[in-house]
Ligand binder design. Structure first.
Ligand code: ADP
Ligand code: MG
Length: 749
């Protein structure tokens, strides 16, 4: 069904204007135009006749310019109109006398000499500002101005333009806010009935205003309450359309099939539990049970496991994988980098011991194999690993995300665990389904960066969420401080001294830098995507803008002398895989004292003897990234120390962020601060694409309550009427949202 919102703009506006809308704003339909909401509202005074103006009023007047002159405030001399442009940067006073035909009013503008050219005698305009008196003459000082064309001079048009709240639209020079305003009014006046996508019953229940009233209130408000009422309704509308899409999609996913993997007694899982050197925390037990329950269902699990760095997510994942292997399936663990994949492979193999030595001497009876598949394997190892995966003799395969795109085949893929990558969306799941026939594998996504519930629910395609809230007992606290290197160079010296002291005590240290520094153009850098460095300087000329971020190579060179005598090595993503491997294992074995690295060590690296971390140019990292990095120390009996070295200005936002990181180790609190300082688009992951989002007024961070209500409503609508046969208007909104590019982000994240 076609509704009003699908009608073309050119049926209402002139062909030329319609084309400008299409070219400049990509707006072609009535629906798109009516939902081009004001960016903000301009507050004006009441339209007042000249003889009723009173000092102190906020007023708007309509009049014609009688005289204009510009003076230099330095020389008090008058400046010829032809020369005013030259005075743009000097101190000037422009005086304009306007008249309503009977009375005059004076306007005074400071340092805007060019206005004299715009406001030449005879020009009609609206002026608004505070009424003052200067030497007995009524004045508006520095008023707002809006020039009126001769065709705008009808009383009605003046009234309209002088409304106390004028919408200001996202506009450009080619398509001004006045044109947008006029066009919206024409469309609104000419649309007979506007069909509302929100069902009548729900409008009443949620106390929301109807579509026509809301459009009127948002585009032509009489008061601030008006646009609040309107925005409340449009937020709900956006949430409802989005949640309806998700509810429909959920219905489709719910219909997907997965092989149920019942937990078996007496298998690998039990054998593993028996050899576990520690007791699982209550949280780990609980989360495992949630996962086992999901795995036993004939529909694919799609669950997010979030938990602090060090909260023990790996054991949870491994137990899930083992239970799938027990049930005859295979499991895959995907890591974001090769270093991590390799490390995971080692950790799992070590934890499993003889249970991972199937077919080998000393292997347990019910053993399996843990395969590793990364890009840098040599051809022979790669072939073996592929064979093991395809034959099913590897119950568990560890690899990077690239593994999904590869030609790797599995005998019976039952579970995919994705580490440190919550953006695992519909597309990747589609790839998975292709790998496993008509059955879709279960998916468990793990992250140490907590994401708000609404974001998990909406943007990340409706994940169920499990959370590990406690850290395993016996963890040592981490102390963090900011080291302001520019103001207090001695603190930096002290920091390096601390590193040496820790090493002398038998501990190890990390030094983390934001950049590699070998600058091989075009070389594939697996960290690039990972290292999000946001920067800000509170508008001040940034010190950081004066130099590139400090690099591993540079710092290694600088520390050569300071840390002389210690065993120092570097690690970054562009080193050959065997070198990375060797460095990591020697660090883990305690054969390296100080590791100077990029964010390759951000996640998963587990060396309990490492006590200290110095983060160089810490302000170049995001909050959650710093928190992740810091999680690499304090993992054993040794208390951790994290030093955040920075050149940022003392009161800058960057500095405040670092202070926040130093002040708490609560990842959830930090993630909240992080989200607050980011723009919504970054959270949604659409910032780069610059696409128009279907969410214009709704915030997935702030509007949790609205989203939950809308979700509830959408679920009940869809459960009784999955095709929305009885709600044709909502259906056509859903369709046009899906059709517009904007929803891409729902798919792609
Ligand atoms: P993360 O959640 O950051 O991935 P890990 O799974 O790497 O955390 O766990 C961190 C460390 O804690 C590992 O050395 C792991 O063996 C250990 N660990 C996990 N669970 C427990 C537990 N219940 N008791 C003691 N140590 C544990
Ligand atoms: Mg981990």
């Amino acid at each position: 069904m076609k509704t009003d919102i699908d009608r073309k703009l050119r049926d209402f506006l002139g062909a030329k204007t319609a084309k400008t809308f299409a070219d400049v704003l990509g707006i072609e339909t009535v629906g798109e135009l009516l939902r081009h909401y004001p960016r903000r509202y301009l507050k004006k005074g009441e339209l007042t006749p000249f003889d009723e103006l009173e000092v102190g009023d906020q007023a708007t007047v309509s009049g014609r310019v009688k005289r204009v002159n510009v003076r230099s405030l330095d020389t008090k001399l008058e400046i010829p109109l032809a020369e005013v442009q030259k005075w743009a940067r000097r101190k000037t006073l422009t005086k304009v006398v306007v008249t309503d035909g009977q009375n005059d009013l004076e306007l005074a503008f400071f340092n805007q000499p060019w206005l004299a050219n715009k406001l030449q005698p005879g020009t009609a305009a609206l002026f608004w500002g505070e009424v003052t008196r200067f030497r007995d003459i009524m004045q508006l000082k520095g008023p707002g101005t809006e020039i009126l064309e001769e065709e705008d001079l009808s009383e009605e048009e003046i009234e309209r333009r002088a409304r106390p709240f004028r919408p200001l639209y996202p506009a450009t020079a080619k398509l001004t806010t006045a044109t947008i305003e006029r066009s919206i009014k024409i469309v609104l006046d000419n649309l007979e009935d506007l069909e509302d996508p929100i069902p009548e019953l729900i409008l009443r229940k949620e106390r929301l205003t109807g579509l026509r009233d809301a459009l009127q209130k948002v585009h032509l408000p009489e008061s601030p309450q008006d646009w609040e009422i309107a925005q409340k309704r449009f937020r709900f509308e956006e949430a409802l359309v989005m949640q309806t899409i998700l509810a429909q999609r959920r219905a489709v996913t719910d219909a997907l099939k997965a092989v149920p993997r019942q937990k078996q007694a007496g298998g690998l899982l039990d054998a593993f539990d028996a050899r576990l050197p520690f007791k699982l925390t209550d949280g780990q037990e609980e989360v495992c049970d949630e996962i086992f329950a999901d795995l036993a269902r004939p529909h694919p699990m799609h669950r997010l496991l979030q938990g602090e760095v060090g909260s023990g997510k790996t054991v949870v994942a491994l137990r899930a994988m083992l239970s799938v292997v027990d049930a005859g399936g295979q499991a895959v663990l995907l890591a974001p980098t090769e270093v991590l994949a390799t490390q995971h492979h080692k950790t799992l193999t070590k934890m499993l011991g003889e249970l991972a030595e199937q077919g080998m001497l000393g292997g347990a009876e019910r053993a399996t194999r843990v395969g590793l598949l990364t890009g840098s394997l040599n051809a022979a190892s790669r072939r073996t690993a592929m064979l093991d995966a395809a034959s099913g003799s590897a119950g568990i395969v560890v690899g990077t995300h690239a593994l999904l795109e590869d030609k790797v085949q599995f005998a019976d893929l039952g579970l995919v665990v994705v580490d440190e990558q919550h953006r695992f969306g519909v597309e990747q799941r589609a790839v998975l389904s292709q790998k496993s026939g008509e059955n879709t594998p279960h998916v468990l996504v793990m992250t140490a960066t907590p994401i708000p519930r609404t974001v998990a629910m909406t943007v990340f395609g409706d994940l169920s969420v499990s959370t590990l809230t406690e850290l395993p007992a016996g963890r040592s606290p981490i102390t963090s401080s900011v080291v302001p290197a520019a103001e207090k160079p001695s603190w930096l010296e002290r920091a390096w001294q601390r590193v040496r002291e820790e090493v002398e005590k038998g501990h190890q240290a990390y030094v983390v830098c934001p950049r590699i520094g070998d600058e091989v153009k075009g070389a594939a850098d697996e960290e690039a995507e990972f290292a999000e460095m946001d920067s800000d300087n509170n508008g001040k000329p940034g010190r950081k803008e004066q130099r590139p971020p400090l690099s591993v190579v540079f710092i290694a060179d600088k520390l050569a002398e300071i840390l002389a005598g210690l065993r120092v090595e570097i690690l970054h993503g562009r080193l050959p895989a065997d070198v990375k491997d060797s460095v990591m294992s020697r660090f883990a074995a305690g054969e390296i004292d100080v590791l100077i690295a990029t964010t390759v060590i951000e996640v998963g690296v587990d060396v309990p003897n490492a006590s200290t971390m110095v983060i160089v140019d810490a302000d170049r990292f995001g909050i959650s990234q710093l928190h992740q990095l810091r999680g690499r120390v304090g993992r054993g009996k040794v208390p951790g120390l994290c030093l955040l070295v920075t050149d940022s200005w003392p009161d800058s936002k960057s500095r405040q962020r670092l202070e926040a990181v130093a002040a708490t180790t609560d990842g959830f609190e930090l993630s909240r601060i992080d989200l607050e300082t980011r723009r919504e688009g970054d959270v949604l992951g659409v910032a780069q694409s610059g696409r128009r989002s279907s969410l214009k007024l709704l915030s997935v961070l702030r509007d949790e309550e609205i989203i939950l209500t809308a979700r509830h409503v959408a679920n009940s609508l869809i459960s009784v009427d999955s095709e929305l046969a009885d709600y044709p208007v909502l259906r056509s909104y859903v369709r046009s949202t899906l059709e517009s590019e904007a929803t891409d982000y729902l798919e792609k994240t």
